[in-house]
Design a protein around this ligand. Structure first.
Ligand SMILES: Nc1ncnc2c1ncn2[C@@H]1O[C@H](COP(=O)(O)OP(=O)(O)OP(=O)(O)O)[C@@H](O)[C@H]1O
Ligand SMILES: [Mg+2]
Length: 242
């Protein structure tokens, strides 16, 4: 098994505060969808932030394509090929959809190439072409999430990390968000998603990771996580999975 990203026993916290992550590990395989589940406050968002360089890693290892990411800044991690969509989506609400897509490619100096990449994204997600002149902040939550996810594809990243992309969206729109994730995966992007709706997240994933109290309790094929009676009891609301 060749891992694209290997997070091993990471210890990290905010500033000089207590360690929030205390032995967090994730194995990320190329081209697969990985879903991190765990209760509120488990450290799921903190783990994504630690991977992308927003938090200092105190102990443990983060290796991507064989190189350590420890000590890199977020922009350096992004340049290596790991893109993070935070829970609050980080769009520019007063800019148009098209301008938001351009911002996603801020580091590209070849503007012809940038416009071509935006065209490709609009081909994949026609709603973004239809809405290209609309201010991002005036779109629905689902459309904004589509934009935030699609925008990551401009830089052709290896990995996209999504923090609770379905939060606050109506069930039908949640399905659409998972559909977008599937399109990204089919385009060859490796996905690392944190999902509050653990059942739904795991059903759309190849690999599951259970995080609690900042530690990885289990990781393995998503089907195994779903079928584990103890994980069902503790983290999946005791629901039996058909
Ligand atoms: N900016 C911050 N500064 C200090 N502590 C923080 C900060 N953000 C989160 N924490 C703390 O880190 C712990 C883990 O939070 P985190 O947001 O990573 O959990 P989570 O698993 O993503 O939870 P949720 O399901 O609620 O999103 C919590 O105790 C939280 O209070
Ligand atoms: Mg969170």
């Amino acid at each position: 098994m060749t891992e694209l990203l290997q997070v091993t026993d990471v210890v990290a916290g905010y500033g000089d505060g207590p360690a929030i992550l205390n032995g967090a590990s994730v194995t990320v395989q190329p081209g697969k969808v990985h879903c991190i589940i765990g209760p509120n406050g488990a450290g799921k968002s903190t783990l994504l932030k630690a991977i992308c360089g927003m938090l200092r890693i105190r102990q443990g290892a983060v290796r991507f394509k064989g190189d350590s990411l420890v000590g890199l800044r977020p922009d350096q991690v992004l340049r290596r090929g790991i893109c993070f969509v935070p829970q609050e989506r980080a769009l520019f609400p007063k800019m148009t959809v098209r301008e938001n897509l351009r911002m996603g490619g801020f580091s590209l100096t070849d503007t012809t190439d940038l416009e071509r990449r935006i065209d490709e994204i609009e081909d994949r997600f026609p709603i973004l072409r239809d809405r290209r002149d609309q201010h991002a902040g005036t779109m629905s939550g689902g459309q904004q999430q589509t934009l935030a996810m699609a925008r990551t594809m401009i830089l052709k990243p290896d990995i996209v990390m999504l923090d609770e992309p379905s939060l606050g969206l109506a069930p039908k729109i949640v399905q659409e968000v998972f559909g977008i994730m599937q399109v990204m995966a089919e385009a060859g992007i490796t996905i690392l998603i944190v999902e509050q709706n653990a059942l739904m997240g795991l059903k759309h994933a190849d690999w599951g990771v259970v995080l609690d109290l900042g530690r990885t309790l289990f990781e393995g094929p998503a089907a195994e996580v779903l079928a584990d009676p103890r994980i069902q009891e503790l983290y999946l609301g005791g629901k039996k999975v058909a």
